[in-house]
Design a protein around this ligand. Structure first.
Ligand code: ADP
Length: 251
């Protein structure tokens, strides 16, 4: 249950690859409905952290729970997806040959076979849900368009829409605006802000302008460095933090 207002709880997580500590006693708490940006230089451990949350990598030690009761370290990768954690990788992976609508239809079916999913008759509620997601991802007028013909940004939104079809409680997003135009980046910020509250979001991002748009001058960001949390606070605070400046400029 999420009664304590905690969506994600990582405590003292250590991950070693051949003796190298990719995560070093990492602790992080994300509240229910919170939008948390994670920043940090290359190699800081951001991807490894996401991999631990989704069960792709198993930590050597530590605790990872979803809500206050679901022990993520005891679940398989598919089970973790089923309890309501959706992850979006950097590159969009939509079905290029299918329409936007069909992509969402498939995502609704989860892992059912493609053919079976597309020939399955949709219920009114399912149609409503697809319509709702199309609006959220700004693709309402592109529903019948072949996904392969969308712009890079639109493909990214479609993939986020595909995640939303499963109504995840927690969304993990890895550099969602990489390669987007300024306008697409701004619309993506709007999209994420519209999801905040209904879902918890963890966004790994390098684009500080985007982080600024997402945090609206009042939300906490977390800075990772060498596998642990170097600083946490408002973007303006962490950007003024001497340790953070050193890490970004290199010593
Ligand atoms: P980030 O996403 O912040 O750039 P990563 O989590 O990808 O950082 O990597 C953290 C560190 O762990 C890096 O030094 C990287 O080289 C190392 N690392 C990540 N995955 C592996 C792996 N499978 N085997 C060995 N080293 C790895």
């Amino acid at each position: 249950d999420f009664a304590h207002g905690i969506a994600l709880y990582l405590d003292d997580i250590t991950v070693t690859f051949d003796g190298f500590r990719a995560l070093n006693k990492l602790s992080l708490q994300v509240g229910v409905g919170e939008l948390r940006c994670i920043i940090g230089p290359n190699g800081a451990g951001k991807t490894t952290m996401m991999d631990c949350i989704t069960g792709k990598t198993r930590p050597d030690s530590g605790t990872a729970s979803f809500g206050s009761t679901i022990d993520l370290l005891r679940l398989s990768e598919p089970q973790i997806a089923q309890v309501g954690i959706g992850r979006k990788f950097q590159k969009p992976t939509v079905y290029e040959e299918l329409s936007v609508f069909e992509n969402l239809e498939l995502a609704l079916a989860g892992d059912r076979r493609v053919q079976a999913a597309l020939f399955h008759r949709l219920s009114g509620a399912q149609l409503d849900r697809i319509g709702e997601v199309l609006l959220t991802i700004h693709l309402r007028d592109q529903a019948q368009r072949q996904a392969g013909l969308l712009s890079h940004g639109q493909k990214q939104w479609l993939e986020i829409g595909m995640l939303l079809m499963q109504d995840p409680k927690l969304l993990l997003l890895d550099e969602p605006v990489a390669g987007m135009t300024d306008e697409e980046t701004e619309r993506t910020a709007e999209l994420f802000l519209s999801l905040e509250g209904k879902h918890s979001l963890v966004v790994v991002e390098h684009d500080m302008k985007f982080v600024d748009q997402l945090t609206e001058g009042r939300k906490k960001v977390t800075v990772l460095h060498e596998g642990s949390v170097l600083a946490e606070g408002l973007l303006s605070e962490v950007q003024a933090n001497e340790k953070v400046v050193e890490v970004y400029l290199g010593r």
